[in-house]
Write a protein that binds this ligand. Structure first.
Ligand code: API
Length: 279
C-alpha cells in the first residue's frame, strides 16, 4: 500500500501531514516511527492527521503524534500547517475553520501574507497537584531537580502542559539537561514541554523549548503561547509579544485571564511524497 504524505513546517517545527479525510489512518508505533525517524523514515517533530469532524461544531478533527509516538492535544505550529494544507488541497473553501483535538477546539484563520492566525483557546492555570513552595501567585514554583539544579518556573496548560523558566540568555541555557530533568520530575506525571524564556522588553522575547515527546524543536507554538501567558502573569510582558524562536518568529496576543491566546505565524509546504507501507 502506498501512503501519501506532505512535509510541512511552521517556523522550523516540522511535520508529516496525513490526509485521513477519505481513508482512515492507523497510528501504529511502527508506522509513526517510519514517518518521524530522520534516518530510517521521512523525519519530523510531529505527525499531524486530518480527520473528518467527529462533532457538528467543528470542520475537522486534528490528531497530533510526537516523534516518540505519544499523542498530544495541542500543536500550535501544526495548526497553522493544518489550515494551509486544508486550503491548498481544497478540503474546505472557508478562510476560517474550527478543528477538534483530543483536548481542545481551535479556530484557524488564514490571513494575508501566507500567515495563519489561530485562537489557541483560554489557557488553563490550575495549580500543580504536588504541594510546592509556590509564590503568592500559584503560577510560580521552585523545584530542586535530580541533577541538583534549583529552577523556578511557571506552569500553563494550552491543551498540553508547559513549564516556563525565565533565563538571562536562551543561547547559553542548558535546555536539554534541565528540560529532561524537569520532565522526569514527579510534578509532571504526563511529562511536560519545558520553555526557556529570555525577556528583552515587554514586547520582545526569545524562546527555546524542550518538547515532550520530541526534544528541542526549532519552534513550539503552544510553548510560545504558554511563555507569553506566564510572562504576563509575572507582570513582565505586554498584551502583544513578538516571540523569536530558533526557526523564525511568532506573534502572540493575550488580553488576560479568561481570554483566549491568539498566535499568528507562517506555515510552509516543503514537499509531498508517498511511502510503501504494508496494509
Ligand atoms: N510536544 C507537544 C506537542 C507539539 C507541540 C508543539 N510542536 C507546538 O507547536 O505547539 C506535547 O507533547 O504536548
Amino acid at each position: 500500500m502506498k501512503l501519501s504524505f506532505t512535509k510541512m513546517h511552521g517556523a522550523g517545527n516540522d511535520f508529516v501531514v496525513i490526509d485521513a479525510t477519505r481513508t482512515p489512518f492507523l497510528p501504529t508505533p511502527e508506522l509513526l516511527a517510519r514517518l518521524t525517524d530522520r534516518h530510517f523514515g521521512v523525519g519530523c517533530d510531529q505527525v499531524l492527521v486530518i480527520e473528518p469532524a467527529s462533532t457538528p461544531d467543528v470542520d475537522f478533527d486534528y490528531r497530533i503524534y510526537n516523534s516518540d509516538g505519544s499523542e498530544s492535544g495541542q500543536c500550535g505550529n501544526g495548526s497553522r500547517c493544518f489550515a494551509r494544507f486544508v486550503h491548498d488541497n481544497g478540503l474546505s473553501g472557508k478562510d476560517s475553520i474550527r478543528v477538534r483535538t483530543i483536548s481542545s477546539v481551535l479556530e484557524l484563520r488564514r490571513v494575508e501574507g501566507g500567515l495563519v492566525r489561530v485562537n489557541m483557546g483560554v489557557p488553563r492555570l490550575e495549580p500543580l497537584e504536588i504541594p510546592f513552595n509556590a509564590s503568592p501567585r500559584s503560577t510560580l514554583y521552585e523545584l530542586c531537580l535530580d541533577n541538583g539544579t534549583e529552577v523556578e518556573f511557571g506552569t500553563v496548560n494550552m491543551g498540553n502542559p508547559h513549564a516556563v523558566i525565565e533565563v538571562a540568555d536562551v543561547d547559553s541555557a542548558a535546555v536539554s539537561e534541565i528540560g529532561q530533568a524537569v520532565q522526569r520530575n514527579r510534578a509532571f506525571p504526563e511529562s511536560v514541554n519545558v520553555g526557556f524564556l529570555q525577556i528583552h522588553d515587554a514586547g520582545q522575547v526569545s524562546l527555546r523549548v524542550y518538547e515532550r515527546g520530541a526534544g528541542e524543536t526549532l519552534a513550539c507554538g503552544s510553548g510560545a503561547c504558554a511563555a507569553v501567558v506566564a510572562g504576563r502573569l509575572w507582570g513582565k510582558l505586554a498584551e502583544s509579544v513578538d516571540v523569536r524562536v530558533r526557526g523564525g518568529a511568532l506573534k502572540i496576543e493575550w488580553q488576560g485571564e479568561g481570554q483566549p491566546v491568539w498566535m499568528t505565524g507562517p506555515a510552509e509546504t516543503v514537499f509531498s511524497g508517498e511511502i510503501e507501507w504494508p496494509n
